[in-house]
Ligand binder design. Structure first.
Ligand code: NAD
Length: 499
């Protein structure tokens, strides 16, 4: 019998009957591994009710006690890292080591949340006028929600809920319907860590649940990570309903290769950042930008043999550098984008189409592909391919590289490889992109900095995880108090000033 993946509400997994079921695949075999039950808007509203009640006591719980739950959760994540990674790989398809890396990066946000009492101290100004003090205190919002993508089914939720919970909110998670199972493991571990029932819920579903989240007035803030068209929709509809929204979208990340760059380092960086996780990372490098023909020619000479023999296989293959892509539709989309590149005149140096992995012939595999001579008008440059494809755009000089990047609608991550400190510093200063790497291809900030792109890669004013998250998941209350009482100033009809 097919396993049905349901919700986690009120501290336990719920086995509802009825409703719509959607197939969940093992991308390595192409077979249905389970079905996810898509919740209705009424079910979402019922969960919000449970969360609203739980949020009252949780918000009043001392921050240090909330942090202790997160400490225990962190320990449980360490103890269960293999189990979590296996669940990720079975529905996402990424290699086991890559999935373990995802868990480790998610844990960074949990570690940060353990220190939240320090960040919730507020500020105090003594004696702003005679016997009058002013202090500002951050308080929890109540119920907040997160809507997450398929490509990091454990890490991206952990970019959101640890800090939201540690700030005293109840959290409702709507995971991707393509790899939903791992979130139920996280919910079980939160309960085991001592999180009170109802404070964290998982509601499986699609656009129906998303719209119910955006429209429910009890949900005060929504964090979203996913593609740009959906991010823009979430931001617009959520904000129109008076909610705080941070909506992180898609990307097209460039890597400038200066003539003085260390080419060994460049090639290693491009292989890992372009093809790791089959290119299904929002911070994947998708556009190498060699500066000058000599650099471009050398880059192609070095990359082609490596890309041709990049090992592809299921997570069970310890030699595989990357796994399959997420769905058959995604495979077809990537395949047709590759053809569009050829049709529009790019040079396909390595063609990954038609790859068959032995004993996994029905899996959603595609080999690594490499384009040269790509121009900005081509679809393979304009669209986020989200697959193992590098589209090389040659430029004449550094200024042309900057211009190219500035004309792109996305601005998530970017990298420059150079030995020239002047060029690197100028780049950091001028480039209009949210996250910048200097000789680092995937500059995802550590958990005590915040993550976010610019332009069409982020809608809203707050970045995710790290210090920015505290501002997103709390609201400030400013208190003006006079002690001792008994000072007789008489009635004042003018606007109060310090004099
Ligand atoms: P997606 O936008 O298709 O889905 C994300 C979430 O939105 C899912 O939970 C899905 O159920 C929901 N959703 C999908 N269509 C919807 C609609 N029409 N209305 C309302 N909700 C909808 O994204 P995906 O394919 O799961 O993930 C890949 C995308 O996510 C890529 O574009 C990638 O760049 C982006 N991403 C961005 C970041 C970042 O930090 N900027 C991180 C990871 C992934």
């Amino acid at each position: 019998m097919t396993n049905i993946i349901g919700n986690h509400v009120g501290g336990s997994r719920v086995s509802q009957t009825g409703g719509t079921l959607q197939d969940v695949f093992n991308p390595s075999t192409g077979e249905v591994s389970a079905q996810v039950r898509l919740s209705s808007s009424k079910e979402l509203d019922d969960v919000v009710q449970v969360a609203s009640e739980a949020a009252v006591a949780w918000g009043a719980t001392p921050p240090a006690k909330r942090a202790q739950v997160m400490y225990r959760f962190k320990r449980l994540l360490e103890d269960n890292a293999d189990k979590i990674a296996s669940s990720i790989s079975s529905e996402h398809g990424k290699t086991h080591d890559d999935a373990l890396g995802e868990v480790a990066r998610g844990m960074e946000a949990v570690e940060f949340s353990c220190g939240i009492p320090h960040l919730l101290k507020g500020t105090f100004s003594e004696q702003v006028a005679t016997s009058i003090d002013v202090y500002s205190i951050p308080q929890s919002l109540g119920v907040v929600a997160g809507i997450t993508p398929f490509n990091f089914p454990a890490m991206v939720p952990m970019w959101m809920f640890p800090n939201a919970l540690a700030c005293g909110n109840a959290f409702i998670l709507k995971p991707s319907e393509r790899d939903p199972s791992v979130t139920l493991i996280l919910a079980d571990l939160l309960k085991e860590a001592g999180l009170p029932d109802g404070v964290f819920s998982v509601v499986q579903g699609d656009k129906v649940v998303v719209d119910a989240i955006l429209d429910n007035p009890e949900i005060k803030a929504v964090s979203f990570v996913g593609s740009t068209p959906v991010a823009e929709y979430i931001y617009t509809r959520g904000a129109a309903n008076g909610k705080r929204v941070q909506a992180l979208g898609g990307a097209k990340n460039h890597m400038i290769i200066m003539p003085d760059a260390d080419m060994d380092q460049v090639v290693d960086a491009l292989m890992g950042a372009g093809y790791g996780s089959a290119g299904e990372r929002c911070m994947a490098i998708s556009v190498p930008v060699p500066v000058g023909e000599k650099v471009a020619d050398e880059l192609m000479d070095r990359m082609v043999p490596l890309v041709e023999k990049l090992p592809v296989g299921p997570p069970s293959d310890p030699n595989a550098a990357m796994g399959p892509v997420i769905t058959k539709q995604s495979l077809e989309r990537i395949t047709s984008l590759l053809q569009s590149g050829v049709d529009q005149g790019a040079k396909l140096m390595v063609d990954g189409r038609g790859l068959k992995v032995p004993r996994h012939e029905k899996g959603f595999f595609i080999g690594a592909s490499l384009f040269d001579q790509v121009t900005p008008e081509m679809d393979i440059y304009k669209e986020e391919i989200f697959g193992p494809v590098l589209s090389t755009v040659r430029v004449a000089d550094y200024e042309a590289a900057i211009k190219l990047i500035h004309n792109n609608q996305y601005a998530n991550g970017v990298a420059i490889f150079t030995r020239d400190g002047d060029a690197a510093r100028d780049f950091v200063n001028r480039i209009q992109v949210g996250m910048v790497g200097i000789n680092v291809p995937i500059p995802v900030p550590v958990g005590y900095h915040s993550f976010g792109g610019w332009k069409k890669s982020l809608f809203g004013s707050h970045h995710i995880y790290g210090p920015d998250t505290i501002h997103f998941y709390t609201r400030l209350k400013a208190v003006t108090s006079r002690w001792p009482t008994g000072i007789k100033a008489g009635a004042q009809f003018n606007f109060p000033t310090m004099s």
